[in-house]
Design a protein around this ligand. Sequence first.
Ligand code: GUN
Length: 286
Amino acid sequence: MQLLDGKALSLEIEAKVKEEVMILTSSRGVTPGLAVILVGSDPASQAYVNMKAKACKRAGIYSITHEMPESTTESQLLNAISILNNDPNIDGILVQLPLPKHINTAKVLEAIAPHKDVDGFHPQNVGRLTSNLGGFAPATPMGVMRLLQKYGIDPQGKNAVIVGASNIVGKPMASLLLNANATTTLCHIYTKDLASHTQNADILCVGVGKPNLITESMVKKGVVVIDIGINRLEDGSLVGDVDFASVAPKCSYITPVPGGVGPMTIASLLENTLKAAKTRQETPQS
Ligand code: GUN
């Protein structure tokens, strides 16, 4: 069994982004800019937003964080996005999810200019990903693909099974694996006999948010396990969705939690922001 070291790969990617940012700045006078909008004061979201801002700083990417109160109205949020859509110094806009219940998330995500949608959540980018037409892919599944690539794991012809069908993780993960020619199964809360699917997986990606959802009897020997879950237990420790102690010995590769997929999400966001900045002058402002 070998660990898929997301921490190490994320540092490699960060260094490469930093170098490319310097080249972009010196050759074209463009410094990539990311705007992060946080509505409310959910501690986990605050922690993620802080990590994103720090990573930008390390990579030489200009970033601003808009902290808006829980009571922000939908139209106030739409207005903030509109200003950022028209801000020439901002290449990427990220609205941290989840949003408060009184705000229509779909409407907000659709208001972000598709060429600044570094999270890949705008329906235009979702459609481009589904049709394998480029655009921005969501950071977490993109990070997973980078990890597989780094360790020479080619999804082509493999049985890839994804557990969890969220818009942020499971669905784009399925699109990316399908685009990489895996036979792809997407399992979710209504899936009957989950184990019968997971036992068939050559590559198993799990992003549900339930500790110990995947146990030893649910996987076959030699499986590649990608644990996308992050759960904080009562004792303060962080665990994924996979019972690491019992499952790891059966795996060819497995991601640790923490230090697996988590750091890759942030590295992919930096990559997407750099990519947006590279097209800054070629895209009309909207
Ligand atoms: N909330 C949980 N994951 C994400 C993410 O990747 N992007 C945003 N914007 N919000 C999230």
